[in-house]
Write a protein that binds this ligand. Structure first.
Ligand SMILES: C[S@@+](CC[C@H](N)C(=O)[O-])C[C@H]1O[C@@H](n2cnc3c(N)ncnc32)[C@H](O)[C@@H]1O
Length: 264
């Protein structure tokens, strides 16, 4: 059966109360700094956080820019973001209720795996102004040698996930939607698999299947993910790719011109 938007909102409704402590990456300062660095918002910037969830990304921008707008499908997640937002919109990312070029920066962390693609990325690029940026932040497999096992682990942990990514794919989506240039950075997050799999939306059977997948993984997988086991706990070093694409400036300006972005 295809995964519906109702399936997604039901999943995140179950996770809303404990979401912020369900992964160490949620509040990982190093990852947040990369997002700020690649987003490079000026103090007068208008920022849109797509799939804002509980506002963990929105709060990075809150107080640093002129306006932060959060958008999400799941009200129970998004209402926790409200203190960090100037405006909260409950709507699907595939049909953003904003005008073309309304934002200087659009950010989407760990959201596009649930969305219609490439439609959602095209929408993000549409609502950013020429010269502005779209920043995508996603967990990715390291490559062909861990892909199958890792995608299965991610699917077990989140049954409403629709897409799985290799490191080059977020940048490819931005390029296909018209961004140029596109820059990427990598970040590795150490996750205690027992904490990470205890997300409030899956049962013991799936959590045990995740543990079994790690224990049965190939040496290549274990090496790429630097899997560590101690006192019955498994730690995985998971790869994040942060891809930042610039929407080319309108004719009359040079490609990549970014009048509102702080030079880095
Ligand atoms: C894993 S959480 C990420 C939350 C936040 N960006 C963060 O990094 O902590 C995924 C969020 O995506 C939202 N979401 C899923 N599909 C969506 C869609 N099509 N449009 C808007 N939001 C969506 C969910 O409701 C959920 O809050």
């Amino acid at each position: 059966m295809p995964i519906t938007r109702d399936d997604v909102t039901e999943h995140f409704r179950m996770r809303a109360a404990t979401y912020d402590r369900s992964s160490s990456w949620c509040t990982d300062q190093g990852l947040g700094e990369i997002v700020l660095d690649l987003g490079a918002p000026a103090p007068d910037a208008r920022v849109l956080d797509v799939a804002c969830g509980t506002g963990l990304v929105s709060r990075l921008f809150s107080g640093r820019v002129a306006e932060v707008v959060g958008l999400d499908l799941t009200a129970e997640m998004a209402e926790q973001a409200a203190p960090f937002l100037d405006r909260l919109v409950v709507a699907p990312a595939e049909k953003l209720p904003f005008d073309d070029g309304e934002f200087d920066l659009v950010v989407c962390r760990q959201g596009m795996q649930f969305m219609d693609l490439p439609d959602a990325v095209e929408e993000m690029v549409r609502v950013v102004r020429p010269g502005g940026r779209v920043v995508l932040v996603n967990l990715c497999a390291y490559g062909p040698h861990d892909r199958d096992t890792y995608f299965e682990i991610l699917r077990l942990r989140n049954p409403v996930r629709r897409h799985f990514f290799l490191p080059e794919e977020p940048a490819e989506l931005l390029r296909a939607a018209g961004c140029d240039p596109v820059r990427t950075r990598r970040h590795v997050s150490a996750e205690d698999v027992d904490v990470w799999s205890d997300n409030g939306a899956i049962g013991q059977e799936r959590r045990e299947a995740i543990r079994a997948a790690y224990r049965g993984a190939t040496e290549e997988f274990r090496s790429l993910h630097a899997v560590r086991e101690a006192a019955g706990r498994i730690v995985d070093h998971m790869l994040f790719v942060v891809a930042a694409g610039t929407k080319p400036a309108a004719s009359g300006g040079g490609a990549g011109e970014e009048p509102h972005a702080t030079a880095k």
